[in-house]
Ligand binder design. Structure first.
Ligand code: G
Ligand code: G
Ligand code: MN
Length: 753
């Protein structure tokens, strides 16, 4: 806006200058024109006056000439000499008519009129124009303009010579229209002549005429005046044309100049406008778009300075925004930013019907104590490390924030309820290992409150409040994790608290191995014992792996458990051996264990340590685990096989193994899943076909085939008939604790060697 008005002001200024210039030119042209006009008219009038005088002079001398001819006429002279008045009068009349004189008078040397053509009106009287006569006496002849019978006249007087003057002859001519016409013709002036004292008077309109009044010389009392007048309109005509031309020309120049001024104003104001737009962009928060002014002048420098200022503002604003949205200690987003992102995520989820969002609020237990006993520096460092662990536990796209004090919050997409639990479990898992600060080892326990969008709240603020409530529930119940009330079903809570408990299970020695016999079908003797883990939970009692192995897998605990089981199984195997029980012990591996590349070395190491032949350990891997990443599993199994460990495919028939893959796997045993075996004794024809063909398949591939889930003697018999190598099931024994297993084996017919 300001720039536009600058451009306008510049333009107005330029146009004003142009208008002044133009007006000045026109005015001076007009003034000069007027002056010239005035001078010209004055000249014309002066010239007119001269012309009039010249015409009168010429006329006078012409009249004198013709009068002289009369004066020389012999008969006339004789008549004068003889004072023959009638003859004289007749000659005067004749001659006067010839020369078109209006009056002819003969004057004697005494100045008395002796004859006239006026009917003797002047006869005997003194000649009325004494001055004229005197002048003629002085110079020989004379002429004058006079007032005669109140009319303007020209009178000439010449002597009658014989040879000396004997009289004067005088002729008068009225100054009539012919004189005026001559003057008008020669000067383009209007003229009128009158006798003063006469009422004859033209009153020329001064606005239309320029006039000059001339008193013609008479030499006698009365006056003859001539008025010369110039028509102003006419006189101005050429000037008007010139002025019009100049006006048109200057108008054209003016229009061109205005165009030029507009272009100039734009040129000058455009870079300013660009600067103003740039400033406007900065005001709107655009710190990226630079000003482009390709000028080397002051405006160019201004643009450069402006761009630098823009970057500086951007940097500073970034800093300020960072400080405003981040926690100074940990560098994590603060409550403001967390709330912001949460609102944004919820808005996005609402719009796109996107995935649900989960938040977890976490409060470090007994942080105040830690702070008070170990000092603020340790406390600060602890908070930093906690933030770091949280970040490492979560995905890059998740948000970890410090809300203040010892309170943290995380936000993540939670497509399912279970997903949120997994995240909580992972967080708990992240603090299994103590945080080491200098020479202090700090066990971090925290209370976690979970709340989900859209299940628990519709907006960010409410969701955070709900997570907060859940967190205090967790603190109060010492449950570690709590979900906001409406979603707090038994199952979830149990799972979550189990995850918490699992951390301590190994340390508190709550895990135990049970053993179930695998008997050789032909010899009817126990050949292997399958180790099956149990968890003696302080509150829930003996727990089966189906319930806690998946939790261990989710919370990253599975490899710890697998290693514990393997160590325990090998130890048990070695112990039995020392006691004279030669049994191979089977251990179940989780699908995740196949990714633990340390496992083969770990197992070999333990076997060597225990002094056991590698084949005394059988590793059972489910068919689906093997098929999940067949190439990877194959490598892992090959490694284990090279080390002499026995391998079995567990739950065979439940997955979809490709025979091609199966053929390539370096396994020794095939365990037919119990779902095909359990109903064999009830004459399930389908199962019989499957079991029979599986046994044949296994044998064709050179594998030992074992059936699990053998509960009856009939099933046993069928398997024996089908040529199955080994059997496992309640028909022989349920899984038993190590001591019970040993006792059973000693007492049972399956064990007596
Ligand atoms: O016998 P029981 O009902 O406890 O076994 C249930 C399931 O748990 C079985 O499929 C068995 O393979 C699995 N299982 C038992 N012990 C372990 C173990 O130590 N590790 C793993 N990964 N699975 C086990
Ligand atoms: O890992 P595997 O799937 O082989 O584990 C064997 C599982 O089968 C254990 O949970 C064990 O308790 C169970 N089991 C063993 N024998 C029998 C049986 O005869 N009947 C039934 N129903 N379950 C059995
Ligand atoms: Mn098994």
């Amino acid at each position: 806006m300001a720039v536009r008005s600058f451009q306008a002001r510049l333009l107005y200024l330029l146009i004003a200058i142009l208008v002044l210039l133009d007006a000045g030119t026109l005015i001076s042209v007009y003034v000069a024109g007027q002056r010239t006009l005035r001078n010209t008219i004055a000249d014309q009038l002066r010239v007119g006056s001269r012309v009039l005088n010249r015409i009168l002079d010429t006329r006078a001398s012409q009249l004198s000439d013709s009068l002289r001819v009369l004066a020389l006429d012999f008969a006339f002279r004789e008549a004068v000499a003889s004072a023959d008045v009638p003859t004289i009068t007749s000659v005067l009349a004749n001659h006067g008519r010839r020369i078109a004189a209006d009056a002819v008078v003969l004057v004697n040397l005494n100045g008395i009129v002796t004859a006239d053509t006026l009917g003797g009106r002047l006869q005997g009287r003194p000649f009325p124009f004494a001055a004229l006569l005197r002048s003629a006496q002085d110079r020989g002849e004379a002429s004058a303009t006079v007032s005669f019978v109140n009319r303007p006249y020209q009178f000439v007087i010449v002597p009658v010579l014989a040879p000396r003057p004997i009289a004067w002859v005088c002729a008068g001519f009225e100054i009539d229209d012919r004189v005026m016409t001559d003057v008008r013709r020669l000067t383009s002036l209007d003229i009128s002549i009158w006798v003063s004292g006469d009422d004859f008077h033209i009153a020329p309109d001064e606005s239309k005429y320029a006039t000059l009044v001339e008193a013609l010389p008479t030499g006698d009392g009365s006056r003859v005046n001539a008025l010369l007048a110039r028509n102003l309109a006419e006189a101005r005509k050429p000037f008007l044309r010139l002025e019009l031309q100049i006006f048109v020309l200057s108008t054209i120049i003016f229009i061109i100049a205005v165009f030029a001024a507009v272009i100039f104003a734009r040129t000058v104001s455009h870079p300013l406008q660009v600067l103003a737009e740039g400033a406007g962009r900065v005001e709107r928060g655009d710190y990226v778009t630079k000003i482009v002014v390709e000028q080397e002048d002051e405006i160019g420098h201004l643009a450069t300075a402006f761009n630098q200022m823009q970057s500086a503002i951007a940097t500073r604003e970034d800093e300020i925004r960072y400080q405003a949205t981040h926690d100074a200690l940990t560098g994590l987003p603060n409550r403001t930013l967390f709330l912001d992102r949460l609102s944004y995520a919820i808005a996005g989820a609402k719009r796109n019907v996107g995935p649900a969002i989960g938040i977890i609020m976490m409060d470090v237990d007994r942080f105040k104590e830690i702070n008070d006993t170990l000092g603020h520096q340790v406390g600060d460092q602890l908070l930093i490390d906690i933030g770091r662990r949280l970040e490492q536990t979560l995905r890059q796209s998740d948000t970890v924030a410090r809300l203040g004090g010892d309170e943290f919050a995380v936000m993540f997409t939670a497509p399912t309820f279970k997903h949120a639990e997994d995240v909580a479990a992972r967080i708990v898992g992240a603090f299994d290992a103590p945080i080491i600060l200098g020479d202090v080892s700090i066990d971090v326990n925290a209370s976690l409150g979970i709340a989900l969008y859209p299940a628990h709240a519709d907006d960010a603020g409410t969701l955070m409040r709900h997570a907060d409530i859940a967190m205090y529930d967790a603190k109060r119940d010492h449950s570690g994790i709590a979900v906001y009330e409406p979603g707090r079903d038994e199952h979830t809570l149990r799972r979550l608290s189990l995850i918490m408990d699992l951390r301590q299970a190994i340390a508190r020695d709550e895990l135990e191995l049970y053993f179930q016999p695998k008997a050789d079908v032909r010899s009817e003797r126990v050949a292997h014992a399958e180790a099956l883990v149990r968890w003696n939970h302080p509150r829930h009692g003996v727990m089966r792996p189906d319930e806690f192995i998946p939790l261990a897998e989710q919370s990253g605990k599975i490899s710890l458990i697998t290693k514990w089981v393997i160590r325990k199984a090998i130890a048990q195997c070695a112990e039995w051996r020392r006691e004279g029980l030669e049994l191979a012990v089977a251990v179940n591996l989780s699908a995740l264990d196949l990714y633990d590349s340390e496992l083969p070395v770990f197992i070999s190491g333990l076997l060597t340590e225990a002094g056991l032949p590698p084949a005394s350990i059988v590793l059972e891997i489910t068919e689906s685990a093997v098929m999940k990443d067949a190439a990877f599993a194959q490598k892992m199994l090959a490694d284990l096989k090279r080390r002499g460990v026995c391998l079995a495919i567990d739950d065979f028939g439940t997955g979809y193994s490709s025979l091609a893959h199966l053929k390539r796997l370096p396994v020794d045993e095939l365990k037919i899943d119990k779902s095909f075996v359990l109903n064999l004794s009830e004459g399930a024809a389908d199962d019989l076909v499957i079991v029979r063909s599986t046994i044949e398949l296994g044998h064709n591939m050179g594998l030992v085939v074992i059936a699990e889930g053998v509960e009856t003697a009939e099933s046993w018999e069928i398997l024996k008939r089908l040529g199955c190598d080994m059997a496992q099931g309640y028909f022989m024994s349920k899984p038993l604790p190590a001591e019970a297993f040993k006792a059973w084996l000693r007492a049972s017919r399956w064990g007596s060697a």
